[in-house]
Design a binder for this molecule. Structure first.
Ligand code: MG
Length: 251
């Protein structure tokens, strides 16, 4: 497998492999040993969906030292994580909707881990075999609400606050990838996943001690420095090396 997406045509929802912009329908269980159509599916009327349907989204905070510094926070001694509502997901190309225009709302570009197998209590050394792949994401945040509360659920779980996709890359080393966010074509965040304080395998291990991870669960690995406010009309693009870009407008 390589880049796996989820698509809709009419009432028909299906997974497919994406090769050079062409879509080859997947047959069988996406997390099992699927086969693929030999001929591409015609793209007319095909919509891109969020690539998986997670039981939960786990978001990790303060996982890049330069972002912790800009946020004025100490580096965490253990991974800091919380849950985002699955209903906050939107696919590539959908609009982020700002609920309170008078609040500050920020972009946060993040590498996302997509789980492929059920796992509990896994070691970092064994974590990779439970991971399906990696995709681009944003952890959109109402900073005004976040600053007024000690919990992050409300500030980060508004509908549309978790763009993810467009596809899951199943064959990539996640630990040396440039990660960038462009706002209206301007470079705002520019990091590398080699700077993660807790790497992907350490995160999966740590979280799996706390809760069972299921196929399709999404882990946002944290954002590098450079977060900033968004406003209606913005075009936001997350570019992670080796992954298709994730593009969303704001309204
Ligand atoms: Mg974040």
């Amino acid at each position: 497998m390589a880049a796996i997406g989820r698509f809709q045509k009419g009432d028909d929802i299906f997974h497919a492999k994406v090769v050079d912009g062409e879509v080859f329908r997947l047959n069988g269980d996406v997390f099992g040993s699927p086969s693929f159509d030999k001929k591409p599916t015609p793209l007319k009327g095909v919509k891109t969906l969020v690539p998986v349907v997670p039981s939960k989204i786990i978001a990790v905070g303060l996982n890049y030292a330069d972002h912790a510094r800009e946020a004025g926070k100490e580096l965490p001694k253990e991974p800091l994580f919380w849950l985002k509502a699955p209903t906050s997901l939107i696919p590539d190309g959908s609009k982020i909707e700002i609920p309170f225009a008078q609040h500050r709302n920020d972009f946060e570009a993040e590498l996302a881990i997509v789980m492929g197998r059920r796992v509990r209590n896994v070691t970092p050394a064994a974590a990779a075999r439970y991971i399906f792949g990696y995709t681009a994401a944003q952890d959109i945040t109402d900073r005004t609400i976040q600053a007024s509360e000690s919990q992050f659920a409300r500030s980060k779980s508004f509908d549309t606050f978790t763009p993810v996709g467009p596809y899951v890359e199943t064959k990539i080393d996640p630990h040396d990838l440039s990660i960038q966010l462009f706002q209206n074509g301007q470079l705002r965040q520019n990091g590398n996943t080699s700077q993660l304080l807790f790497n992907c395998f350490q995160l999966v291990s740590f979280i799996s001690i706390n809760m069972t991870l299921l196929p399709g669960d999404i882990i946002l690995t944290g954002t590098p420095a450079g977060v900033g406010p968004i406003e209606s009309g913005d075009r936001l693009e997350v570019r992670i090396q080796g992954l298709a870009p994730l593009v969303n407008a704001v309204k």
